[in-house]
Design a protein around this ligand. Structure first.
Ligand SMILES: Cc1cc2c(cc1C)N(C[C@H](O)[C@H](O)[C@H](O)COP(=O)(O)O)c1[nH]c(=O)[nH]c(=O)c1N2
Length: 210
C-alpha cells in the first residue's frame, strides 16, 4: 500500500499551481528518451473501457516540422482576422506557439476505430475516446513539469493538414500538437493572464449546486 504524506500533498498542489502552457523554450535539447518517458507516464492515464485510444507521433523530420509551422502561421493569421480593434492588437501581440524553438514536437491523436476495450462506455458517448486522450495529455503536462520540462499545446492548426503532413491512419482524430522543451522562465500565472487577455476565475463561478 502506497501512502502520500502532507509534504507530498503540498508539493502536488504546487505542481498544479506551477504547471504552465509554455511557448518560450530554451535552446538546449531534451535528454535522450525524455519524450518516450513522458509517453509512458501518459499511458498510465484513465481511459474509457481501458481502450487506451491515445496515439503519439514524435515529429523529428525537419520538413514535416516546417509544414506544421507553416500551417500554424496560416491558421494564426486567419484567427487574427476574426478580431477587431484593441482585441486584434492584443491578439497580434500574443505568442501562441513555441514551434520554432521547441526541441521536441509531439502530435497526439485518438484512434476512433480501435476495438481495445470492446466498446465499453462508448456506446452512448463515443466522444469519451477523445476525452481519454485529453486525460493522458494532462497527465503528461504535469509529469513534464515535475521533471522541469515545459509543454505547450498548439491547437491553432488545421487538423486535416496535420493529418496529411504526418501521414497517419484515417481513423485517427487529431487531438493536440505539443511543443516540448525546457522553459525560458517559470511562473505561477498563465501567460494569457500576464498578457491581460483573460484572467483565472474562482471555482465558485463554475460550480452549481442542485
Ligand atoms: C485544448 C487546449 C488548446 C490550447 C491550449 C490549452 C488547451 C487545454 N493552450 C494553452 C492555454 O492557453 C493555457 O492552458 C491557458 O491559457 C492557461 O494557462 P496555463 O496552462 O495555466 O499556463 C494554447 N496555448 C497557445 O498558446 N496556443 C494554442 O493553440 C493553445 N491551444
Amino acid at each position: 500500500m502506497v501512502e502520500f504524506d502532507d509534504t507530498f500533498r503540498r508539493q502536488l498542489r504546487e505542481l498544479f499551481v506551477w504547471r504552465r502552457d509554455v511557448r518560450r523554450f530554451r535552446g538546449d535539447p531534451l535528454p535522450d528518451g525524455a519524450i518516450d518517458r513522458l509517453i509512458e507516464t501518459a499511458c498510465l492515464s484513465p481511459s474509457v473501457g481501458l481502450s487506451q485510444p491515445w496515439r503519439f507521433v514524435i515529429v523529428d523530420d525537419a520538413a514535416r516540422r516546417r509544414a506544421v509551422i507553416d500551417d500554424f502561421k496560416a491558421c494564426n493569421t486567419d484567427a487574427l482576422s476574426c478580431y477587431a480593434g484593441e482585441r486584434a492588437a492584443r491578439y497580434a501581440a500574443l505568442k501562441l506557439s513555441g514551434l520554432e524553438q521547441a526541441p521536441g514536437h509531439l502530435a497526439v491523436f485518438a484512434d476512433k476505430a480501435s476495438d481495445i476495450g470492446h466498446g465499453l462506455g462508448r456506446a452512448t458517448m463515443p466522444e469519451t475516446t477523445e476525452y481519454s486522450v485529453v486525460a493522458a495529455i494532462t497527465a503528461m503536462w504535469l509529469a513534464a513539469r515535475a521533471d522541469g520540462i515545459g509543454l505547450g499545446w498548439v491547437s491553432i492548426l488545421n487538423p486535416a493538414r496535420i493529418h496529411a503532413v504526418l501521414d497517419v491512419p484515417d481513423t485517427w482524430k487529431f487531438i493536440a500538437y505539443l511543443c516540448i522543451g525546457y522553459p525560458e522562465a517559470e511562473c505561477d500565472q498563465p501567460e494569457l493572464e500576464q498578457a491581460k487577455w483573460e484572467h483565472r476565475r474562482s471555482a465558485d463561478e463554475f460550480t452549481l449546486r442542485r
